[in-house]
Structures are given as C-alpha cells and as structure tokens.
Design a binder for this molecule. Structure first.
Ligand SMILES: NC(=O)c1ccc[n+]([C@@H]2O[C@H](COP(=O)([O-])OP(=O)(O)OC[C@H]3O[C@@H](n4cnc5c(N)ncnc54)[C@H](OP(=O)(O)O)[C@@H]3O)[C@@H](O)[C@H]2O)c1
Length: 357
C-alpha cells in the first residue's frame, strides 16, 4: 500500500525485496527524506509482504502496469532488479512520465542513457533522452570516487585494476551457494589431494565458474574475444564513460573471492605527469565518498569486512610506483550492495528529486 500522498516527488523501489533493495531501505532511513511517499515493488512472489520504510510498515506490490498507477512526472522509480526485468519494465515507468534510475546492466551501454556516479559525474543525470539514468557495475562503482578525484587533480593516463569480488554481487543466489559450499567443506578432509574442494562442493557452483568456498576464481562474466571476460570489458567501458576519457587505456582482471559482502580492488593508476603520493593522500582525504585508512605500521588498511555495511569507498596501501614516478598503487574496499548499487541509486534519485525543488 502507498502512504497518503503529500507534496514532493514519490519514490518507487522496484526490487525492494532483494539484496540491494534491502540495503536501499536501510539507506533511506539515514538520509534526508525528500519523498512524499515510498512504494515498494517486487515480483509476484513477494506481493503482500510487509517491509519497514523509515519505520513505517509498507506492503510490497507485484510488478505490473498497475504498480505505477498514480505516479507521473517528477516521480522517480529506482530499479534494483535483474537486467531483463529492468529492460522490460523501466520503459513502462518512463511512459508514465516517471524518471527511472536503474542499477542493473540493462542500459549501461546505451549512449542515450547517462551512466552516473554522483560524486564524479552527477551533472550527467540531468540529460535523460530515454528518461533513464543508469548506475555502473559494482566493481566500477567501488573505485570511481577515488579514481575520479585523483584524475581531476592529476589527469589519468592509464588504469590497471584487479578485483576481489564478493559473492553477494551475484545477489541472493551468490550468497546462498557460498553458504552451502562453506557448510559442505567445513567437515571435509581438505588440502591433501588436488580437487578436494571440488569433490566436497560437487556440482553446486551456482553463478560462479568454480567452487568459491576456500578458493579464488579468476573469472566473472561471459567469454569474449582475446580471453577477456564480458565483466572485465564492461568495467573498462564504464570507467571510460564515467571519467569522460573514451580512449583511456584500461586493463581489468576480475577475481571472485569467498567474501559475502565487500568488493576489494588493487588499482594502479598512471598519470600524465609525476604523481606525488603525499599530494594524492590530500586529494583522497578531501574526496567525497572516500575515506583514507592508510597506516600499515599501525596495521591500518581497509578490508572488506570493515567496509561491509558502510557507505564510503575505503582506500589504503597508497604507494608511489617503484618504477614509474607517474604511477600510484592503492587498494580500495567498498560495500557492493551500498556503494555498488543502493547508495549510488539513492544519490541519483535524490539529484533528480532536487531538480524540481
Ligand atoms: N548485489 C550487488 O552487490 C549488486 C551491485 C550492483 C548492482 N546490482 C544489480 O542490482 C540488481 C539487483 O541485484 P540483487 O543483488 O539485489 O538481486 P536479488 O537479491 O536477486 O534481488 C532481485 C530483486 O528483483 C526482484 N525480481 C526478480 N525477478 C523479478 C520479476 N520477474 N519481476 C519483478 N521483480 C523481480 C526480486 O523480487 P522477489 O524477491 O520477489 O523475487 C528482488 O526484489 C541486479 O541487476 C544486479 O546486477 C547488484
């Protein structure tokens, strides 16, 4: 059910019952309330379920044409749904005049859909030829606030990234299979024979290319030309778009790790001229959405366990390259559900809501 309408835009959260949707509802309770009402939408499986929005019990509606009744120009629908669902239903919301923010992969490559990380290119959300704004992949989102701030100061010339991706980026399917696998390996004799983990886990690899429990898997996405994965190429393309650097050399290696929440990345950034680590520290300390935790002598650096449940991108291990005075190396951790999806979407929705204020 929708609360009684008061002045101001309404927000529809499509995919409210998912992993990113649950994170979004927690985030909404901590942010300025710009919304006259909040409508929760999910699949018919969840219709009638009640969830708390800012402490108010709200009934989940099934995603049908009727779910958008009463919404129109000035309102926002934030989609946290699988790409196929966003592709099918975002245009339905747009046809009602509703501005759509979509955090799936459905529209990220569409040149008529701005791809936005609010800290870096929030201005791009104002021009919406299709009525839709997209948020990037959660790995791209994890590093953009830090990389974008350094680029603004030092002018980026090349980006080399390795990801250490949490299972939760694959939604409930990812975390469910990791938990089952961890239970299966917990009591098994492991470590003496090659393939022990595979035998314990069996065929149950879920959305991952190999067993994830007690393992790392250097693959995510579909195979593309030259041995690259679709995910690696997407992060490359998205980084170029968000930074406004269409020819930037970007090389990405995606690795899945047995972490439930919190992506980590090693980043090597080469700049147009010499990059002073001390100046880079100052830039990162002032960068919106970034927290620098970098004191290895005191054992202080970010880990995904610390980043889980938080909003910032945490940066540490900042070093000047040993071989190239123009390059910096650093480590980033961010909550894939929050910074990677829900927070980014909420911030874009708020930018749109404030356009009419
Ligand atoms: N998880 C992350 O870290 C992350 C990060 C960045 C972007 N994303 C993107 O965000 C989106 C959601 O991810 P998630 O991890 O939250 O997935 P999830 O946990 O599987 O949740 C999916 C949500 O979509 C709804 N849904 C599924 N099929 C539907 C249908 N046919 N009609 C209407 N609603 C449907 C589900 O409703 P029911 O509960 O009723 O099934 C649920 O609310 C995906 O596009 C994902 O790629 C996720």
């Amino acid at each position: 059910m929708t609360a009684t309408r008061s002045p101001g835009p309404a927000l529809a959260v499509v995919g409210a019952t998912g992993a990113a949707g649950a994170a979004l509802l927690r985030i909404l309770s901590t942010r300025a309330d710009l919304w006259s009402s909040t409508r929760l939408i999910a699949s018919s499986r969840s219709a009638g379920r009640r969830m708390a929005v800012r402490g108010a019990e709200t009934e989940v509606l099934a995603l049908t044409e009727d779910a958008f009744d009463g919404l129109g120009a000035g309102d926002v629908a934030l989609f946290l749904t699988p790409a196929a669902v966003s592709a099918r239903w975002a245009p339905v919301a747009v046809a009602r005049g509703v501005a759509v923010v979509d955090q799936s992969a459905a529209f990220r490559e569409d040149p008529d859909v701005p791809l936005v990380v609010p800290e870096i290119n929030g201005y791009a959300a104002r021009v919406r030829p299709r009525g839709i704004v997209a948020g990037p992949d959660c790995v791209t989102a994890a590093m953009m606030a830090a990389v974008g701030a350094l680029h603004a100061e030092l002018t980026l010339a090349e980006l080399t990234v390795s990801s250490y991706q949490a299972a939760g980026a694959a939604g409930r399917a990812g975390t469910d299979v990791l938990r089952r696998q961890l239970a299966a390996v917990a009591g098994a004799e492991l470590g003496e024979q090659p393939g022990d983990v595979r035998r314990a886990v069996g065929e149950d690899t879920g959305p991952f290319a190999a067993p994830l429990a007690l393992n790392v898997v250097p693959w995510s996405g579909e195979l593309r030309e030259g041995g690259w994965s679709s995910h690696e190429l997407a992060i490359r393309a998205e980084s170029r778009r968000i930074l406004g650097l269409p020819a930037l050399p970007v090389s990405v290696t995606c690795v899945q790790v047995p972490v439930v929440t919190g992506h980590s990345l090693t980043v090597r950034a080469r700049f147009a001229s010499a990059a002073d680590p001390a100046r880079a520290r100052e830039v990162l300390e002032a960068a919106p959405g970034v927290v620098l935790v970098d004191d290895p002598a005191a054992g202080e650096f970010p880990t995904p366990a610390d980043a889980a449940g938080t909003d910032p991108a945490w940066v540490g291990r900042l070093r000047g390259s040993l071989d190239d005075p123009r390059s910096l190396e650093f480590f980033v951790c961010a909550d894939n559900l929050r910074r990677g999806a829900a927070l980014n979407g909420a911030q874009i929705a708020e930018l749109i809501a404030r356009e009419c204020a």
